[in-house]
Write a protein that binds this ligand. Sequence first.
Ligand code: LLP
Length: 442
Amino acid sequence: METRPRVDAGPELLLGEARAGKLVLGGVPAQRLAAEFGTPLYVLDEDRVRERCRAYIRALHRHYPHGQVVYASKAFCCMAMCRLAHEEGLYLDVVSSGELATALRAGVPPAHLLVHGNNKTAGEIRDALRAGVGRIVVDNFYDLELLEALTRETGGSADVLLRLTPGIEPHTHEAIRTGGVDSKFGFGILGGTAREAVGRSREIPTLRLRGIHCHIGSQILDRAPFVQAAEAMMEFAAWMARDQGIALEDLDLGGGAGVRYLPDDPVLEIDEVIGAVADVVRQRARAAGLPLPRLLIEPGRSIVGDAGATLYTVGSIKSIPGIRTYVAVDGGMYENPRPALYQARYHSVLADRLDEAPAATVTIAGRCCESGDVLIRDARLPAPRPGDLLAVFSTGAYNYSMAGNYNRYPRPAVVFVGGGRARLAVVRETVDDVLARDVPPA
Ligand code: LLP
């Protein structure tokens, strides 16, 4: 883990560094990025993303050499990112034909792709089969029906994993818990449907059951739920071997590692989590007399989350005496819906005033037409002025990928920075782009 960049007498920076009181990201002054590419602007520190990829690979290889890191592209998906993950030796998980096409066009070999989804359409399954993806993760019995029909139709076959819900409830926001009994995802281990799914998939001759998958949730900052999930999954693998005579080839434990959003947030040590999980897999495999499966992990947020920052320009400022001061920026819930959806909290600085002591507690609001469009409550900043550049940290995951066009705002550009250079990864949308699909009235 790298050391936290700490500026004397300045605000804590979760990304970049201070030079003469100004924020510099990947060696490029934030002000220059704003001037060249406009705001709001998503900035991704390419070196940090690569370092995160390498840290995962190092940790996995140290603790469990027969493993594969799979980037969960939903966290941040564009061709440049898919290419980067592939260059670093990661496989990719995709959920839709859109993510699939992005990865393929970025040059990711289809064999390196896993396809997820709790309601894959026939079209999406056809796309995946046609591309020849490495694994399709079966979520439910309807998936099995479609796969049976479509492999028959195309004369093809598929390597599949079964997505199981191990009944683990990590302490994270309700909307991003996925591994519990009451989940729309996967076959329940506890209720017995997981066993039924094994039987059913074995009856379909065009499917090769390669293994099992689980994903228990996201933004998890504690090692225990990952260990519990690994135990539950290995117990199931032991049953598969004993009762069904199936030796598990792949054990995919999903993603979920949390990142730091606020300076005081704890840091989850990836190396320790992987070490603990690898121990469970090895011990349980030995106890059950199983060959060691390939271990897959699917990090998304922890690859890109804290490598991103968003730059905004401050506009209108409204003070309500004795109540609060609203500082509005030129973005909002259309490009970062996380505060509205999950009460997510973020840390911000005024990019060109890092030397000034915080003098105000303000609420950073977006420009969407609803009161709930607040990005940060109670940010401590030097008193903001219109025209100031505001940097919000840890926006690399689930910001660009969840952005929309509410109020018909065009989505921001994405820029990769590193080594003093900036390169455009996604061009800013224009109002014409937003209108491009409208059928003009006759
Ligand atoms: N694998 C599967 C099957 C997943 O569903 C996910 C995330 C991941 C891996 C990656 O999880 P991560 O390492 O990023 O936690 N939009 C929410 C997060 C939703 C996560 C969805 N699945 C948020 O902004 O917090």
